[in-house]
Write a protein that binds this ligand. Structure first.
Ligand code: NAD
Length: 262
């Protein structure tokens, strides 16, 4: 299975959770990988080396802070010279903060909009010239069920994710005739560090125990009563990269155990 051999994929926020899962899946399909995100240097190097040795591909790590435009620009230039023109862009890096809107820290709002929305604008504008030259490209934005519906206490996150839904559709229309697709994946709750970390804050905001937050807030909304898995999201991202998905563009794909069907 080397359907993506010779392609170069940038997966932002791929040192953890969903992004790491997608990076592993695309590497298994033969894509060279640009990793990005924060974390323990040795652990990241171990993941990078494992991707190379397990799949015979090239993997490089870029520690750019995606809330900073100059760091994004430098990363994109470095990837092109280190690995090659980016064929597959997965905008995945994201963060959450849970608080009532009238207590929401302004700097958190700014940071979430910068990371969860504006970073995808910057990476997209910077990859499109290369994709247009090749007449092929895949842009996959990891949005959320919160790109389609809202929940209280997540104003910045919901606003950014609704924004990325609009960005996805706009990009898709602009490049529809150039072999490039742009889609958003909208997962429900996936058990990753991002979700684990918001349990205590949600418990505080809603005056609940942490167990009640997991069962009565998170899984209560998902009719399957199961967390979505990282592997399920990664498999769908992989499908979107293939030729069978050429006609899928500008779409918001729910993987949420039925959450938004309610
Ligand atoms: P995670 O916390 O496990 O991973 C987030 C990644 O983003 C990490 O690699 C982290 O280092 C990186 N990151 C954080 N700040 C960054 C910055 N300033 N610059 C560069 N990288 C940065 O989270 P996850 O649950 O895997 O989430 C990944 C994406 O999926 C996010 O966009 C999130 O909104 C979305 N999502 C998650 C869920 C879920 O339930 N976990 C549901 C729907 C959507």
């Amino acid at each position: 299975m080397n359907a993506l051999a010779g392609k170069t994929a940038l997966v932002t926020g791929s040192t953890s959770g969903i992004g790491l899962g997608i990076a592993k899946r695309l590497a298994a399909q033969g894509a060279n990988i640009a990793l990005n995100g924060f974390g323990d240097k040795d652990a990241i190097e171990a993941e990078r080396a494992e991707l190379e040795s397990a799949h015979g591909i090239t993997a490089r790590y870029y520690g750019a802070d995606l809330t900073k435009v100059d760091e994004i620009e430098a990363m994109m230039t470095a990837i092109e010279s280190d690995i090659g023109v980016i064929d597959i862009l997965v905008n995945n890096a994201g963060m959450q903060f849970v608080a009532p809107i009238d207590e929401f820290p302004v700097e958190r709002w700014d940071m979430i909009i910068a990371l969860n929305l504006s970073a995808a604008f910057h990476t997209t504008r910077l990859v499109l010239p290369g994709m247009k030259k090749k007449n092929w490209g895949r842009i996959i934005n990891i949005a959320s069920a919160h790109a389609l519906i809202a929940s209280p206490y997540k104003s910045a996150y919901v606003a950014a994710k609704h924004g990325i839904a609009g960005l996805t559709k706009t990009v898709a229309l602009e490049v529809a005739e150039q072999g490039i697709t742009a889609n958003a994946i909208c997962p429900g709750y996936v058990w990753t560090p991002l979700v684990e970390q918001q349990v205590p804050a949600t418990a505080k905001a809603r005056n609940m125990t942490e167990e009640e937050v997991i069962n009565d807030v998170m899984l209560a909304g998902q009719p399957t009563k199961e967390f979505v898995t990282i592997e399920q999201v990664a498999a769908y991202a992989d499908f979107l990269c293939g030729d069978d998905a050429r006609a899928i563009t500008g779409s918001l794909q729910s993987i949420d155990g039925g959450w938004v069907a309610r």
